[in-house]
Each structure stands twice: as C-alpha cells, then as structure tokens.
Design a protein around this ligand. Structure first.
Ligand code: SAH
Length: 195
C-alpha cells in the first residue's frame, strides 16, 4: 500500500479535510525504523521500539476527528512516542501550540530531533501524570490507554469547553468539559497501556 492508497482509504470514511491534508503532508515512513518503511502506509499499527506502537492510521484519524482540532489551539498529546501524531497535529494547528509528553527517554529524544522543523511543537520527557501540571489545554489526546476515566487530567489540565480524547481500557472516550461534563464512549479498540 502506497501513501496515495492510504489517503484514499481514509477519504472513503469521510474524515474531515484538515485531517486528510495532514495525513497527506506527513511521512509516516519517517517515524518508523528502516525495516518497516515498506509497511508505513498500511492501515495497521507499527512498532516504534520499547514495546510501543504507532496506532493504525484509521484509529488516529478517528481520534483526531473526535478531538475537533481548530487552528490556534493549545493541544497536549499524552504518550507522544515517535512524534508521528504530534506532526499530524502540527500540520492541523500551525498557529497553535502543541505539547507532547513521552516517558521513554530515547523516544522523546528521537522525536525532538524529528520534529525540529515544527517551531510550535514541544516534547517534554517524563511521566504525563507529573509533567505540565500547571498548563491548561484546549485539547488533550492520549495515545496510551488509561485503566479508568482520567478525571484528574480533565479537572486540572483541560480548559472549560475543552475536549479530551483518550483510550480507557479498550474504548475511546471523549470528555467535553463544561458545567457538567459530557462523556461519549466508542468501544472496540486496542491500545498499549499507560505505564
Ligand atoms: N502517538 C504515538 C504513539 C505512542 S504509543 C506516536 O505517534 O508514535 C504510546 C506511548 O505512550 C509510548 O511511547 C509510551 O512510552 C507512552 N507512555 C505510556 N505511559 C506514559 C506516561 N505515564 N507518561 C508519558 N508517556 C507514556
């Protein structure tokens, strides 16, 4: 499968244009190891070392759609791994600020190098449960799954009217923060766990 085939596949699901454009601009093959470059445009998860994976492109597009990204937002990715999703976010949010938190040092360092060209992306190495606690975000996306609703993150790091999209066990959960939070759940996915 070539990049064009992957884009056509994502198009067939009617994902919004800003998401399709981002997938078009970002080279997934740049974020995987040499031996996996041929596989980079298959709609499958791919290993990035340290027992971690980049999710299937369909799943990423689905989560980005639920995240309702609009240019100019302040966005956090929890578990930013290889930096692939951060670069998609950077393409969708050129005038905003994007933060990634990644626990594994080597992944964090490699992604910083790969994302150098995006001046509005910052990768912080550390545990997402400890880092950036004094920042507030319009959008938060998690790329590893929680064992329960991440209520503390919603309370402390998400702005009012903000949206969090996170895997919880094997569902994708969307929390829209307001005077009463709105919660939606999409079951049937598989993610590596938050550690
Ligand atoms: N979206 C990433 C996929 C990363 S897989 C990409 O595009 O490559 C999930 C990542 O979450 C892993 O890299 C893992 O190290 C990280 N992770 C797991 N628990 C974490 C925690 N508590 N804090 C920060 N990162 C964490």
């Amino acid at each position: 499968m070539k990049k064009k085939d992957l884009i056509n596949r994502l198009k067939s699901f009617n994902f919004p244009k800003n998401i399709l454009d981002a997938f078009e601009k970002v080279d997934r093959s740049f974020f995987v190891t040499q031996n996996l470059k041929e596989e980079a445009y298959k709609d499958i998860p791919l290993p990035i070392g340290h027992n971690q994976t980049i999710s299937q492109p369909y799943t990423i597009a689905f989560m980005l759609m639920l995240l309702e990204v609009r240019d100019g937002q302040k966005i956090l990715e929890i578990g930013s791994g290889s930096g692939y999703v951060l670069s998609l976010l950077a393409e969708m949010n050129k005038n905003g600020e994007i933060y990634g938190v990644e626990k594994i040092k080597e992944l964090a360092e490699n992604s910083k190098e790969k994302l150098k060209k995006y001046k509005n992306v910052k990768v912080v190495q550390g545990d997402a449960l400890n880092e950036l606690q004094n920042e507030n975000f319009d959008r938060i996306i998690a790329s590893a799954s929680f064992s329960e609703l991440p209520q503390k993150i919603v309370n402390n790091q998400l702005k009012i009217k903000g949206i969090l999209v996170a895997p919880v066990v094997s569902s994708i959960v969307v929390i829209k923060k307001g005077s009463r939070n709105k919660v939606e759940e999409y079951p049937g996915f598989s993610f590596v766990p938050i550690v």
